[in-house]
Design a protein around this ligand. Structure first.
Ligand SMILES: [Zn+2]
Length: 361
């Protein structure tokens, strides 16, 4: 009798465990993992490099030989420095956009005022400022950053000089480079004399009328040309380099245009610092991964996630549990690689465990 009871219990237990396994292998997102994690951050010491590696970071930007060596020591691929656009003058915005820029940066507030940053965060919340991500207010601009008018670097002389400088002491076995801030600080375009003259010429050349659609296409084309000119120059010197980019700031007329460029690892935002609804994260992930090779067969679409772990800032904040939900949505939508900024959050308690769970084997 006893033996039969034990046997029966054993059978039940086997069935129970078996069922659990079926559930897991049937697509439970707890079981799905990212194969590659690109991080935008520079760990401050060796211990943090090790923690990044333990969290699953595989690809990371570095700025000097020490960082390069530490990345290699902990099994990560280093990319030698990050190139930002260069031009002869800053981009030009409308007077209204300039006014907004001044307001959200507190340019009228005394630099020594004790509550200056508190007031700046209040203003950014009030204006629904999105830190370069997709706008929620009718008008938004970047804060603090004035991007140069890269389109006015017409013969690329300033950009080439900067690239030469960044790469002059590159280690011989380096694998690539990061690009950032290829965009417009008002999310639309630059209205300097040079850009307006080029736009006029573009309309004449293509026999087009002045319309918002044509204007958007022109400013998108300026971005595409600059990406490809810069990548072409880097690869003329280092044909094997892989180029990693986050498409930022957001280009409002076409959020996901990155696949039109020759970027190898094309990081496009699927979840911003500010929480986006799951269906939007799913839709963007599917587009970024499924349409990555629409223009260039070598390109890989990398879902980008914004992460800020400081709840007191006017930049969006996520708890580790909220981050985990987003990663599950990306995995379920087919994302198998990930890019994160600010990468410092990856190794913070709570967040570290989430990345380790989904980004390591
Ligand atoms: Zn311009």
């Amino acid at each position: 009798m006893r033996v039969r009871l034990f046997f029966g219990l054993f059978l039940l237990l086997t069935l129970f465990v078996g069922c659990q396994n079926i559930v897991k292998s049937g697509g439970n997102s707890d079981e799905m993992k990212f194969e590659r994690l690109f991080s935008w951050n520079v760990p401050k010491n060796e211990e943090d490099y090790e923690r990044c590696s333990q969290a699953g970071v595989t690809d990371i930007v570095v700025h000097n030989q020490r960082q390069y060596d530490l990345a290699l020591k902990y099994g990560m691929t280093p990319y030698w420095r990050c190139f930002l656009p260069v031009g002869p003058h800053p981009q030009v915005m409308t007077p209204e956009e300039e006014k907004h820029f001044a307001y959200i940066n507190g340019q009228d507030i005394d630099k020594k005022a004790p509550d200056r940053m508190k007031e700046i965060h209040r203003r950014r919340r009030e204006k629904k400022h999105r830190y370069g991500g997709e706008q929620e207010a009718p008008l938004d601009t970047l804060n603090n950053t004035r991007i140069p008018c890269f389109a006015s670097d017409t013969d690329l002389s300033l950009s080439k000089q900067k690239l030469d400088d960044l790469l002059k002491d590159v280690p011989p076995d380096n694998k690539g480079m990061f690009l950032d801030f290829f965009g417009y600080m008002n999310h639309h375009g630059c209205y300097c004399e040079g850009c307006l003259a080029r736009y006029k010429h573009y309309l004449e050349e293509h026999n087009l009328e002045d319309s918002s659609k044509n204007k958007d296409e022109f400013y998108r084309q300026q971005l595409l040309d600059y990406y490809d000119d810069i990548i072409g120059y880097i690869k003329s010197k280092h044909p094997d380099y892989k180029i990693v980019a986050h498409f930022y700031p957001d280009f409002r007329p076409d959020h996901l245009y990155g696949n039109r460029t020759k970027v190898d690892f094309c990081g496009q935002t699927v979840a911003w610092y500010f929480k986006w609804p799951a269906p939007k994260i799913k839709q963007y992930t599917k587009y970024v991964t499924e349409h990555a090779k629409d223009y260039y067969p070598f390109a890989e679409g990398i879902p980008f996630v914004g992460l800020n772990t400081d709840a007191s800032s006017s930049l969006g904040f996520k708890t580790p549990a909220e981050l985990e939900q987003e990663l599950k949505v990306i995995l379920a939508a087919g994302g198998r690689t990930l890019m994160v900024c600010d990468g410092r959050g990856i190794i913070e308690p709570g967040y570290f465990e989430v990345f380790r769970k989904y980004c390591t084997k």
